[in-house]
Design a protein around this ligand. Structure first.
Ligand SMILES: [Ca+2]
Ligand SMILES: [Ca+2]
Ligand SMILES: [Ca+2]
Ligand SMILES: [Zn+2]
Length: 614
């Protein structure tokens, strides 16, 4: 079957636009295309758009069997060219048809409903479509600063498990609450994306950063097909671009690669999150460049010739940042040495890939696990240094802090590493709340990006093995975690290793029983592993249980995922959001969509782009 070429469409579309193609006269008859003709309008129907924020309006005609003789786009009933006072850029979609795009346009005033419609026809086909937008004006704003703390995969049971491990209970009442519990408001957040009920960390963070939905793997752009390398995806403006235009300082802090989805969604425009070299490059663009950048992922900043680099070119991105006045820190000591009073921009890269988790960097300290990175900072130290620097800006700041490996350790069903990282992040929340208490004018938000299929269902008796160790209902009673020195982490109450602090402990006599709703084939032994273990490995293209390293009594649990999946996957369950400080009343609702979180940030900061000088 013959398909119409892109070039063909470009010529026809240009001809149409300059008006020398007579209606119907020169249309070429073609064999029917496989898929039905379809009109696509981006932003999509029911999008909420911040008044004055910049976006690209794109209208695609896909799978059309012949060139259009009419391709009319209207905004509020007015020809789009006239409405935006801009000639459309045109081209061929990657799905056999033309597109028109108006770049960097805005809806200013008044707020309310806006209608965009397309009507198009050619020989043997007609298409029409209409979408409605809700254009939202930013409120005046009472806060100067927003600290958005994202616990990647911070499912509700993770908060429960972290509270049990960190605080424990006495006769049914918790001995204390987490920092993320002790806040002013709580709401549920729905997380589904543009293309699926189950989101990933790219489009979920994109929702917080832009107020728009997009497809899994995409950030800062609309697309239904992130893997389409030839697409020209329409952009939407993000929180770091907006905050910078308002003269605010901006920062991103993560325990993942700093080019990973959650931190990069705050500033980036890419259809595919795995394109990390492009993400690192965009991080340096002046309009998108955060003032403070702390995390892992140095491999995307080193020139190709440096051992461990993942770049395809010889660009020295750390050198580029330094040339723009950024201080650089490569480990915890160097971060500690940064004098915030003399530093306005800071790049800290503490690992070539993902930073090690709390259990490994602070408790086990196994040199075979930490390898070249024995001195990685804690998330709360990274948060404190960021606040010390960003708070010097008299216009305020936006800071995103991510506990990234909660999710990454849930994927490998290592609940202890996920929970201890949740506690590490909770201490960063404490730093953020202290800042809000001392300085006022600050909103702190703690939220997941999506859930995981994790559940606390009892306790585990470490003196027994296999399923004999599991205790449920009244037999579960209480775990035996005790935080004798009050640092939030369980310890033995003794200092046998002589470092002047009580020795931390992960596995206690009675631990938690934690299970998973979805999983590959894996060996369950109900016991902590002092070294990280993958639950499943790929053998002959299929996932197989990893039999190495399991404790006595471990037994095979048959998987319930597609046979090629080696890891537990995200779930579509709603997630809790807690908020503290100025502007937190926005979150006094029972439930909201993840795109609405963006407007809570915007309203708190009073980020009104209709007032920006463009
Ligand atoms: Ca993440
Ligand atoms: Ca302790
Ligand atoms: Ca000790
Ligand atoms: Zn994940």
């Amino acid at each position: 079957m013959r398909k119409l070429s892109k070039t063909f469409f470009l010529i026809l579309v240009s001809a149409l636009l300059i008006g020398n193609l007579s209606a119907g006269g020169q249309a070429v008859a073609a064999e029917p295309a496989q898929a039905a003709p379809q009109a696509v309008i981006f932003p999509v129907d029911k999008a909420s758009i911040l008044a004055g924020s910049i976006f690209d309006l794109k209208v695609e005609l896909n799978h059309i069997p012949s060139a259009p003789t009419e391709f009319d786009v209207r905004v509020q009933g007015t020809n789009a060219e006239t409405f935006f006072n801009q000639t459309a850029s045109t081209g061929a979609t990657t799905k056999d048809g033309p597109y028109k795009m108006w770049k960097d346009v805005t809806f200013k005033a008044p707020a309310g409903n806006y209608t965009v419609s397309v009507s198009a026809r050619g020989e043997g086909w007609t298409l029409s479509k209409e979408v409605q937008y809700n254009v939202v004006k930013a409120e005046a704003g009472k806060a100067k600063n927003v600290i958005l703390v994202i616990g990647d995969g911070l499912a509700l049971p993770m908060r429960t498990a972290a509270r049990m491990v960190s605080k424990n209970l006495t006769e049914g009442k918790y001995n204390g609450l987490l920092e993320m519990d002790n806040m002013d408001e709580v709401t549920l957040v729905t997380t589904s994306g543009l293309n699926s009920v189950v989101t990933d960390s790219a489009n979920s963070a994109h929702a917080y950063a832009t107020g728009h939905k997009t497809s899994n793997n995409a950030m800062g752009v609309y697309t239904f097909d992130p893997n389409d390398k030839n697409q020209v995806p329409p952009k939407v403006e993000n929180i770091i671009e907006l905050a910078k235009k308002a003269g605010k300082a901006t920062g991103i802090v993560s325990t993942a690669e700093i080019t990973d989805a959650t931190p990069s969604a705050m500033f980036v425009h890419v259809p595919q999150r795995s394109n990390m070299q492009e993400i690192a490059n965009q991080m340096f663009y002046p309009a998108q460049r955060p003032d403070v950048i702390l995390g892992g992922g140095a491999q995307w900043f080193w020139p190709k010739s440096v051992a461990g680099s993942k770049r395809a070119d010889e660009r020295d991105l750390i050198g580029d940042f330094e040339s723009q006045g950024y201080q650089f820190a490569g480990n915890a000591q160097e971060l500690n040495n940064v004098d915030a009073s003399k530093t306005n921009q800071l790049l800290g890269l503490f690992h070539n890939t993902t930073m090690n988790v709390y259990i490994d960097k602070a408790i086990e300290k196994n040199p075979n696990v930490l390898k070249n990175y024995p001195d990685q900072p804690m998330l709360w130290d990274m948060t404190q240094k960021s606040l010390d620097i960003l708070s010097k800006n008299k216009n305020g700041f936006f800071l995103m802090v991510e506990g990234a490996s909660i999710d990454k350790q849930e994927h490998v069903m290592d609940w202890e590493r996920a929970v201890w990282d949740t506690i590490e992040m909770d201490k960063a929340v404490g730093v953020a709340k202290d800042f809000a208490d001392k300085n006022g004018d600050t909103l702190v938000i703690v939220v997941a990006d999506h859930s995981h299929s994790v559940s606390v269902y009892g306790t585990v008796d470490y003196s027994k093995s296999g399923r004999d160790a599991v205790r449920v209902y009244e037999k579960a009673a209480w775990p035996t975690y005790k935080d004798n020195d009050g640092d939030g982490f369980p310890d033995t109450g003794k200092d046998e290793n002589g470092d002047g602090k009580f020795d931390q402990v992960v596995s206690t006599d009675i631990s938690l029983a934690i299970g998973w709703g979805n999983h590959p084939d894996y060996i369950e032994d109900f016991k902590y592993s002092s070294v990280p273990i993958s639950p499943a490995i790929t053998v002959d293209g299929k996932a197989a249980a990893n039999t190495e390293g399991s404790a006595p009594g471990g037994y095979l649990i048959a998987g319930n995922l597609p046979v090629t999946d080696t890891q537990e996957v995200h779930s579509a369950d709603d997630i809790p959001l807690t908020a503290y400080g100025t502007g937190s009343e926005y979150f006094d609702k029972a439930i909201m969509d993840n795109t609405e979180v963006f407007f809570g940030i915007i309203n708190a900061l009073g980020l009104d782009p209709t007032k920006f000088s463009r």
